[in-house]
Design a protein around this ligand. Structure first.
Ligand code: TMP
Length: 210
């Protein structure tokens, strides 16, 4: 694949949307062609699935939830991510396969091997070049969410979030090109670490020192 695929992951309200936008602007300012996208969603069809799966109060059983996320992913990967990578662009995606393992696997208890098989089918085997997982302490989740609307998944309780957090740590430990970032720090510090990791992985060239 000519392009590069970067995924930003983590529990809700960890600040990944802010970092995704900063990263997109950084890449554009450095002259790279970049695409910023998200899961669930990212294309008109996948955004319709997103509405269905996240609407509060809707009865969606765990297995149906899993398939909705995978359906969104199959559409998104084939319609948007793969063509952009083939055209040599840098794709920044908020959430991807690791979210399904964290939420539906570690969180809901669906067998991880089943999820990994579905992930492979939905993505045609496409894996990120770099996965950045933002983890913050639980008190920030509550503080940051005080005035926010909560979708169906954000309404899950603290024990669900703990299982997910553990899941993210375990997955980072066994996934090449995946990093844990401390999301309790300030935005600028995190942004700097993200940019350094892009350099380290050869996704951007090192800044020339004058
Ligand atoms: P977002 O608000 O960060 O865009 O994510 C939407 C919600 O969907 C978030 O609570 C995480 C959840 N989610 C899953 O449960 N499984 C998945 O596979 C994905 C992509 C997201």
């Amino acid at each position: 694949m000519k392009g590069k695929f970067i995924v930003l992951e983590g529990p809700d309200r960890c600040g990944k949307s802010t970092q995704a936008k900063l990263l997109y602007n950084y890449l554009i300012s450095r002259g790279y062609e970049a695409v910023l996208t998200r899961e669930p969603g990212g294309t008109p069809t996948a955004e319709r699935i997103r509405q269905m799966v996240l609407e509060p109060g809707v009865d969606v059983r765990p297995m149906a939830e899993l398939f909705l996320y995978e359906a969104s992913r199959a559409q998104h990967t084939q319609e948007k991510i793969l063509p952009a990578l083939e055209a040599g662009k840098v794709v920044i995606c908020e959430r991807y396969t690791m979210s399904t393992c964290a939420y539906q696997g570690y969180g809901r208890g669906i067998d991880l091997t089943t999820i990994e098989t579905l992930n492979k089918i939905a993505t045609l085997g496409l894996q990120p070049d770099l996965t950045l997982v933002f983890l913050m302490s639980d008190k920030y989740f509550t503080e940051r969410g005080e005035y926010l609307f909560s979708d169906r998944l954000e309404q899950e309780d603290q024990s669900f979030r703990q299982k997910m957090r553990l899941g993210y740590k375990e997955m980072v430990a066994r996934t090449p090109g995946a990093y844990l970032l401390d999301a309790d720090r300030n935005i600028e510090e995190i942004q700097k670490q993200v940019e350094d990791l892009l350099e380290k992985h050869g996704i951007v060239e090192a800044n020339a020192v004058c």
